[in-house]
Design a protein. Structure first.
Length: 338
């Protein structure tokens, strides 16, 4: 029997790639998305990649009546919960909106799952819960000191899910802390298309390469790193997608709560990314060094050993492939799914 997995936020960047990995692993993804930050034309692209369009429902995870209907009508084996808001700057300007969507949304979902007897949940957390870490690589038991409302919303969800699992030990929960997801499916058919000016490095570099932006501003060239620019753990979105399938399988094995980093274990600087992108695209990326971005941490990367041991997962795709795949998507789809 094919297991149906409810994928909240499944039309978004990481969710859509995870739908590919789920379908390829023999699961049937069912997307629930309010399309607040995505374009449903992604399902046609998913059909081209996997041979079958995933079913989808337009709606909000905070809509309890809708969730009750979905759980009553479908045989859902588990939920992967991506739906949420993710822009750090917006979360500073609108903290309540972020807690409302990310925290309250997860609570409504959890209560609907409990009522329906669906107790398997994989949750999208973030390395941002660590804040400014004391050292890298960061293990999962490092202190969590999120530095902004977005990060706190993820941490509050982690803590409340841990409380919930204690109270209801039949639940199977995996919290995945992603480092910096980038790249695109190797087909170039799906990828990330931020609305407006991109906040994140890779989409910005892509837009410079394709001629939509003049130059990259590097946020700080005087950090205590090898070349003075910020260092992050960039992880290919398809590696991340496969990590979700492994996490789901693990959750299905036994009740409990697991917290796992998903990263490569390697740091790359902003200038490393620029160089790798130039090599992958054959375009030169104009940049200038600007001031530091407030709130940025100089350098951090994951200790992914626990995910390796527990899930048998490790990132397989390197920075070259992340850039090559991001570039293929950007070149083929300069205006996203339009
Ligand atoms: P995304 O914005 O592309 O995807 C999120 C999806 O959720 C969108 O399609 C949006 O329309 C939908 N959504 C938002 N609120 C909803 C709601 N209340 N009801 C239904 N749908 C809703 O973002 P992404 O990069 O794919 O991120 C997915 C998850 O991973 C998010 O929870 C994010 O916080 C987390 N995460 C992302 C990153 C990153 O850098 N991309 C890093 C760490 C964690
Ligand atoms: N950067 C630039 N110029 C830009 C954009 C970014 O120099 O135009 C630099 C940043 O200063 C940083 C690096 O590129 O050193 C990466 O920045 P991103 O904005 O791409 O990513 P962040 O590490 O700041 O944060 C991302 C997501 C968060 C998530 C976090 C998890 O935006 O939501 O990864 O590690 F929580």
């Amino acid at each position: 029997m094919t297991h149906t997995i409810l994928v909240t936020g499944g039309a978004g960047f990481i969710g859509s790639h995870t739908c590919v990995a789920l379908a390829q692993a023999g699961y049937e993804p069912l997307i629930l998305d309010n399309l607040g930050n995505s374009d449903i034309r992604v399902v046609d692209r998913l059909a081209r990649i996997t041979g079958r369009a995933p079913r989808w429902i337009e709606g909000d995870v905070r809509d309890r009546a809708l969730l009750d209907r979905i759980f009553a009508e479908e045989r859902i084996a588990g939920v992967i919960h991506f739906a949420g808001l993710k822009a750090v700057g917006d979360s500073v300007a609108d903290p309540i909106g972020y807690y409302e969507n990310n925290v309250h949304g997860t609570w409504v979902l959890t209560q609907a799952m409990e009522a329906a007897g669906v107790r398997t949940l994989v949750f999208s957390s973030s390395a941002t819960v660590y804040g400014d870490p004391e050292r890298s690589p960061i293990p999962e038991d490092a202190p969590c000191r999120p530095a902004n409302p977005y990060g706190r919303s993820k941490r509050i969800v982690e803590e409340t899910l841990a409380d919930w699992q204690q109270a209801s030990p039949g639940w199977r929960i995996v919290l995945l802390r992603y480092f910096n997801p980038v790249g695109a499916h190797e087909s170039g058919l799906i990828g990330e298309h931020p609305q407006g000016k991109p906040n994140n490095l890779m989409p910005f570099v892509c837009q410079v390469a394709v001629g939509l932006r003049d130059k990259l501003v590097v946020h700080g060239g005087d950090y205590p790193t090898a070349d003075g620019t910020g260092v992050r753990d960039y992880v290919h979105v398809m590696d991340l997608a496969e990590g979700h399938v492994a996490a789901l399988r693990k959750a299905q094995e036994a009740p409990g709560l697991l917290t796992l980093n998903l990263g490569t274990g390697q740091g790359a600087s902003v200038l490393d990314v620029v160089k790798a992108f130039e090599a992958a695209s054959g375009r030169s990326i104009a940049y200038e060094i600007g001031p530091r971005r407030p709130g940025d941490v100089p350098a951090y990367w994951a200790d992914p050993a626990l995910a390796g041991r527990v899930l048998g997962w490790q990132a397989r795709r390197g920075l070259e492939q992340m850039c090559a795949d991001a570039w293929r998507w950007q070149q083929g789809n300069p205006r996203g799914y339009e």
